[in-house]
Design a binder for this molecule. Structure first.
Ligand code: SF4
Length: 208
């Protein structure tokens, strides 16, 4: 069954907003950039701990540039691929200093060209660092969107992003990632979703 109306997503977002209070979704762009980099193939708790240690030790862009890469490695352990990530953090810091006056660029295409930065990381920087109305697509966003029938199984990153963004009001775009991730972690889990307690079950194609 196709979801018939375009604005059912407004109802979904409204329900999820009531359930998951958006306290804070903005941070320093550099913090978002390096934290998202650390989060690749790493559990949330480990990412948060490593990010906290990293920014406690290295406060400015020059601190990352002047640090021995081994020191960064030790600080971010045990995130996955910590050696590669430490190298990338240092490389990115140098590029930001040399080409962008020490600032994180605000252009998606420029961000994507930084070492180790993909579309999702770039979109996270824009959304959570610069408050841009855009939707980073991670596994939870993709799974929820597929189950709601907003996107097709075969759709890739750009298609998923484009289709969701076309249906969401401008003011809600920057909340979608946060809401779908919280919902995906608590209820609409990638495996064994808890459909019996789902507050948006009536909109779901997966069960209807
Ligand atoms: S009914 Fe189940 S699969 Fe559908 S959105 Fe809710 S939790 Fe996800």
């Amino acid at each position: 069954m196709k979801n018939p109306s375009n604005n059912f997503l407004d109802d979904v977002i409204h329900i999820l907003k009531r359930r998951y209070h958006v306290v804070k979704y903005k941070d320093e762009p550099l913090h978002v950039l390096f934290t998202t980099l650390l989060s690749q193939r790493t559990r949330d708790e480990i990412t948060h701990e490593a990010s906290k240690k990293l920014f406690k030790k290295f406060k400015k862009i020059d601190d990352f540039i002047n640090a021995d890469v081994k020191e960064i490695e030790e600080t971010i352990r045990p995130v996955g691929f910590y050696r590669i990530k430490a190298k990338r953090i240092k490389e990115i810091a140098k590029i930001l200093k040399e080409r962008y006056n020490g600032k994180v660029p605000r252009e998606r295409e420029v961000l994507i060209n930084l070492p180790g930065v993909g579309k999702k990381t770039a979109d996270c920087v824009l959304c959570f660092g610069y408050g841009v109305a855009t939707i980073p697509v991670d596994v939870h966003v993709a799974v929820v969107a597929k189950r709601l029938g907003i996107v097709d199984e075969k759709d890739g990153y750009e298609k998923i992003k484009e289709k969701i963004e076309a249906l969401v009001k401008e003011k809600d775009k920057k909340l979608v990632n946060f809401l779908f991730v919280e919902f995906g972690k608590e209820i609409c889990r990638t495996s064994k979703p808890k459909c019996e307690m789902c507050p948006i079950k009536r909109f779901c194609r997966y069960v209807n």
